[in-house]
Every structure is written in structure tokens, then in C-alpha cells.
Ligand binder design. Structure first.
Ligand code: ADP
Length: 634
């Protein structure tokens, strides 16, 4: 018995107990090794004319023996000599694949599709096996070898017999325990499922053979007393689909195939809204197949929802959801990314891996953006549907990145235009406005219907300017994060300084203010802290009053913030604007001149409450309001 080196033993314990808690992945690891071994032989056949291979030689066979409790993974690959067994299987974290890659990289201009990524892969089999035998025969040699170990102390290597080149890895499964039913790995259905899950796109067939019996045809001269004869036969079933759909040229794949793949893989019952395929070549080559769902996943807004793309390395699934591959603002995108260049060794090169993932993320982000922009321009109806589902995520993307994603996302936004009565992009808004318009006007509130009835909205519209009606809570936060679009700033029509008045109107307002200082003071006093100011309005035509906000916090923002915890102190600077041309203003003027302070006070409160109601906000004392209205009606 040769002993494992101390550090190998330590690593073995460590790995079995901690790194891979997911025991079933041992099969993926063994299949990957087998596939690499077949790759190596295939590669050799390309450069060495003495190596003659037929396509049928290149396969991986899985077999089980229930009685002996063994699971065997066999390959027809390059095999190992006794020295290689010693070097490759007896030193943890020694990667033969890497050595091989290095040796051949120069020759092949670096284009060798074998990755030494599972430095500890083989040993993961000890998670399920109490003993492992590896019987292997190197290609071109007559001598086979057997490596055996129980994973504890050490291993033995001895000469053995094997018909043809390749390797059989024979696992004797651990006895079933309360925690784990190891015998499930003897069942064909379980193996099939694991192959489909992790190794579906390994490029060689992964097969299982089944011994079956069938009836022989009845001979023509058989008499009446003929008893049916049976023969044994072997049925070979290939468990994996081999060529990943993302590796096939887009023109060779039907829409139906993409849709089926999407629905099956990502558990959706509706076809995707958009299929995006991406092929990157260069220092880092990869394929990506991405999908934009046509509806929100049911848990999309819950904390259980996780963004991410499935990450494959040469057809082997490494991670079911790799978060680093998509930015938050595109968290609705599902899909797979497959790279043959990605080094995913858990113990090494983590930094480099980060860099590679980031490079991929950037490219993927760009691609999603351009596809969405294309959809916006060419398939507007679909885009609007998409925006209904995920527009909020884009707006959040701008807000939560403090505007860093503005360039990426702002031209993808849609808002409802009060003038055009449809969804428009910001560019479309700007198309409709003249050069003299300095701002992009919007109104924020609960519903389009209410907003379009708002006095201020009507006034801005009547001046010939379009107003975007924003009804989602994130809208105003998004717009105030953006601050500008193509050098035009965003302005809430209910904000203090709309600056839409003519000089004449300004002058008039100033005069009215000066002539009525006492009235305004009295009104201000009646309203107390509720407003910071009572002012003459230049933006009202028919209505007596409206409420605006002077500072950076709008009334709508205050409303939204007050719903969240900890934001109670965030208040807008409310201004009650009064229409000097309205009859009610005259009534107030009269009351003030007659010294009827009670009337001024009561009417001020009533007008303020009215303004609140128009804004869709709560009034402080509804009972008092109702009482005052009744009194007036008497
Ligand atoms: P890795 O696959 O990351 O190199 P493993 O511990 O899984 O790490 O395997 C160690 C080495 O053992 C491999 O690099 C390979 O050289 C060799 N090996 C493992 N399985 C096989 C096999 N089925 N056929 C040939 N060589 C193998």
C-alpha cells in the first residue's frame, strides 16, 4: 500500500466534508474526466496518423451491478500508465489535464479544448464510494493497471487485465444511511436524471446498456406445440443530448426548438418574448443563449427570486445561476453561458475568474441592450408588452445605480404621454417639443386618469407642452436620478419653479401678491405648518387652488417615502397656490377686507383640503372637512 501524501490526505478530508456538500456531482466529475480522456485520444488522432479511431470508439458507458453495489463509469479514452496513475490520481490538486494542455498549447496555437478545471474532481467520488477501483489501459500499450483505494490511508497500483484502451472507474457505494440513500445511484432513472442535469451537453455519447429479452420469431415449420423461444439482447441508450442548442448555428435551430428548450429549462409555460444568441471569440471564447421571458416570474418581486445565468464549461454545468453574468437591471434575463476557456478551479485563479466573468457580463449587458433597443424600434407592440413586465426593473436600475446605468438604460424607458395618449420614449418626447422648451415635464401620481385631470397638467398642456404621466412609485426617483436627458432637465409640473409664465403673467402675479400681503399672511397663519407658503398661481385657469412643492422632494415622493419605514420625517415644502382670477379669490379678498378672519381661516383650510384631494393625498381631518362643506351647503 502506498500512502497518500499528508497534504493530499488533509485536502481529501477537507474536500469531502466541506467543499462539495452536493454529493450527486461526483457523477458529473467522473463523466468530465472520462470526456477529457476521450478528448485527449481524439486530439492525439488528429496529430498522430498511427492512431486510428472510429467514431463509435468515442463514448462513455455507465453500468451498475446492484448485487455488488457498484457503479462503473467507463471510457474509451487515452487511459493511464502506472506512472500516470501515481501522478494523476494519487496527488490531489494535480491536474493532468493542465499538463496536457500546456504541452499542446503551443503546437495548436492555444486552441486546445481540454480544461484542467477540476483539480479535485476525481476525489469527489469518495463522497459516495467506500472503495474506488480504477482499471485503465493506456492507448497503444498492452499493459493494463489497477489503482485501488478506500480513500483513507493510501492506495495500491498493480498490473491488471483490460481488453481495450480506456479507463473503468468502479465505485463501490457506501452503505445506505439515514442521511443518504447511496443505492439511488444504482438506479437507471437516477443516473439518467443526473446526466441530463449536469452532463447533457458533453459531446460524446454517455450510454447505459440494458440486458433485455425478446421473443424469437416463430419458425415457419413450427408445430402446434411450439413454445416461444427468447433471446437475450443488449439495448444501448444514450442519455445525453450532446450538442447544446446554443452551439448550433441560429439558422439551424427552429423557433420551436428554442422555445421548448426555454420552457423546459427555465420552467415557464409561455414562450419567451425574445431569444438572444451571442458568440464571442477571442482570448475568452463563449456562447450565450439568452431569453427574455414574456411574463414576470411569479416570484419576481419576492426576495426568493435570484437573477443569474447557468454557467457551463465545455458543455458541463458548473453553476445553475451565476449572478455575476447579468447586471441587476437585466435580472429578468434567463439563459446559459458556455465557455471552453473559463478556468473554474475552486482553489485557484479566483481573481482571474472574476475578471473573466466581468468581461462576459459587460458583453452580455451590451448585447441585451442592443436587442432591446432593436425590439423597441422594430417590434413596438412587443416592446411595450416587455416594458409592462420589466420596465420597472430598468427604472430601478437607474435609481439604484445612482445614475451609473443611465446611459445604458435611459433610452429604453417608456412613459405615457398626456399629449400623444400613448407610451413614448424620451427621444419621442423630445421630437415633439420645440427648441425653446427647456425641460421635460412630468406629473407623478396614482393613475393616468387622475393625473390628466390635474389642473397643473391641463395648464402645461394648454401651453402646448407635453407631460409624461408617471404612475409607478419608482418613476420620479428614476427621473430625479437621471436629472437630465439630452440636456433637458426633468421637471415635475407640481414643482415650484416651472418657469412657464410670460413676463406679463409674472408681473401680474407680483402685483397681486403685493396688493394682498395681508390676505396671504392670514391664510398662511390659518394653515400653520401644513404649508410653507401661500402664493399667487400663474398656472391655473379654471380651478381655484393647487398644491405644489418648492424643494427637491415632490408631493408624490413624500407620499411614497412616507409608506416606507424610517422616512416619516421626509416632507415636501408645500405651497398652496391660488388662482387670482377665480371667484373664490374675490370672496376671500372681501372677507379679509371686512375683517372676517374666521371665514378666511375656514375657507383657507377648505381650499387646502381640496388641493390635497386633487393631488390624491390624505386630508388631516376628513370629519372637519365634511362638516365645513355641509355648513356651506346649508
Ligand atoms: P482534473 O480532472 O481537474 O485534472 P481529477 O482529480 O479529476 O482532476 O483528475 C486528475 C487527473 O487524473 C486528470 O487530470 C487526468 O489526467 C487523470 N484522469 C482522471 N480520470 C481519468 C480518466 N477517466 N482517464 C484518463 N485520465 C484520467
Amino acid at each position: 500500500m502506498r500512502k497518500f501524501k499528508t497534504e493530499s490526505k488533509k485536502l481529501l478530508d477537507l474536500m469531502i466534508n466541506s467543499i462539495y456538500t452536493n454529493k450527486e456531482i461526483f457523477l458529473r466529475e467522473l463523466i468530465s474526466n472520462a470526456s477529457d480522456a476521450v478528448d485527449k485520444l481524439y486530439f492525439k488522432s488528429l496529430t498522430d496518423t498511427d492512431v486510428k479511431l472510429s467514431k463509435d470508439d468515442l463514448r462513455i458507458l455507465i453500468s451498475t451491478d446492484e448485487e455488488a453495489r457498484t457503479l462503473t463509469v467507463s471510457d474509451t479514452g487515452i487511459g493511464m500508465s502506472d506512472e500516470e496513475l501515481e501522478k494523476n490520481l494519487s496527488t490531489i490538486a494535480h491536474s493532468g489535464s493542465l499538463d496536457f494542455k500546456q504541452e499542446n498549447a503551443d503546437e495548436q496555437g492555444g486552441d486546445v479544448d481540454i480544461i484542467g478545471q477540476f483539480g479535485v474532481g476525481f476525489y469527489s467520488a469518495f463522497m459516495v464510494a467506500s472503495k474506488i477501483d480504477v482499471i485503465t489501459k493506456p492507448y497503444g500499450s498492452d499493459q493494463a493497471w489497477k489503482w485501488s483505494s478506500t480513500g483513507v490511508e493510501g492506495y495500491t497500483i498493480e498490473p491488471s487485465e483490460k481488453e481495450s484502451h480506456g479507463t473503468d472507474v468502479i465505485l463501490t457505494l457506501k452503505p445506505d444511511s439515514d442521511e443518504e440513500e447511496y443505492s439511488r445511484f444504482l438506479q437507471k432513472s437516477e443516473i439518467e436524471q443526473l446526466v441530463k442535469k449536469y452532463s447533457n451537453y458533453v459531446r460524446y455519447p454517455i450510454q447505459m446498456e440494458e440486458q433485455l429479452q425478446r421473443a424469437l420469431p416463430k419458425p415457419e415449420d413450427a408445430g402446434d406445440d411450439y413454445v416461444t423461444q427468447y433471446e437475450d439482447y443488449t439495448e444501448t441508450q444514450t442519455l445525453n443530448s450532446m450538442i447544446p442548442i446554443w452551439k448550433r448555428a441560429k439558422k439551424d435551430v427552429t423557433d420551436e426548438e428554442y422555445n421548448d428548450f426555454y420552457k423546459l429549462t427555465f420552467h415557464d409555460f409561455e414562450d419567451p418574448a425574445k431569444v438572444i444568441s451571442l458568440k464571442a471569440e477571442g482570448t475568452l471564447s463563449y456562447q450565450a443563449l439568452l431569453f427574455i421571458p414574456s411574463r414576470q416570474p411569479f416570484d419576481f418581486w419576492s426576495k426568493d427570486y435570484k437573477k443569474g445565468l447557468a454557467l457551463y464549461s465545455s458543455g458541463v454545468m458548473i453553476m445553475e445561476k451565476c449572478e455575476d453574468l447579468v447586471p441587476d437591471c437585466f435580472n429578468f434575463v434567463r439563459g446559459v453561458v458556455d465557455s471552453q476557456d473559463l478556468s473554474l478551479n475552486i482553489s485557484r485563479e479566483t481573481l482571474q475568474q472574476d475578471r473573466q466573468l466581468r468581461a462576459m457580463e459587460r458583453r452580455i449587458e451590451k448585447k441585451i441592450k442592443s436587442e432591446l433597443a432593436d425590439m423597441r424600434d422594430k417590434e413596438r407592440e412587443d416592446y411595450e408588452k416587455f416594458f409592462e413586465n420589466f420596465g420597472r426593473t430598468l427604472k430601478f436600475g437607474i435609481y439604484s445605480s445612482y445614475g451609473q446605468q443611465a446611459e445604458l438604460l435611459s433610452d429604453l424607458l417608456l412613459f405615457y404621454s398626456a399629449k400623444q395618449q400613448k407610451m413614448v420614449t424620451l427621444d419621442e418626447y423630445l421630437d415633439g417639443c420645440g427648441d425653446q422648451q427647456k425641460s421635460i415635464y412630468y406629473a407623478a401620481g396614482d393613475s393616468r386618469d387622475l393625473l390628466s385631470k390635474m389642473p397643473i397638467v391641463k395648464t402645461v398642456l394648454s401651453k402646448g407642452y407635453d407631460v409624461l404621466l408617471c404612475t409607478e412609485d419608482v418613476d420620479e426617483f428614476c427621473l430625479s436620478t437621471l436629472r437630465q436627458y439630452k440636456e433637458k432637465d426633468f421637471k415635475n409640473v407640481a414643482s415650484g419653479d416651472l418657469d412657464l409664465e410670460t413676463e406679463e403673467e409674472k408681473k401680474l402675479a407680483q402685483d397681486v401678491t403685493e396688493q394682498n400681503t395681508e390676505l396671504f399672511e392670514a391664510m398662511q397663519q390659518a394653515l400653520g405648518d401644513a404649508v410653507t407658503k401661500v402664493a399667487v398661481s400663474t398656472r391655473l385657469t379654471d380651478e381655484p387652488v393647487c398644491l405644489t412643492a418648492a424643494g427637491p422632494v415632490s408631493l408624490e415622493m413624500e407620499k411614497i417615502l412616507s409608506e416606507g419605514p424610517g422616512n416619516e420625517g421626509v416632507k415636501s415644502e408645500r405651497v398652496l397656490e391660488i388662482n387670482p382670477n377665480h371667484q373664490i379669490f374675490k370672496t376671500l379678498q372681501t372677507a379679509q377686507s371686512l375683517g372676517d378672519t374666521e371665514k378666511v381661516s375656514k375657507y383657507s383650510k377648505l381650499l387646502y383640503d381640496q388641493a390635497l384631494l386633487i393631488e390624491g393625498m390624505d386630508i388631516d381631518d376628513p370629519v372637519e372637512f365634511a362638516k365645513s362643506v355641509c355648513e356651506l351647503m346649508k
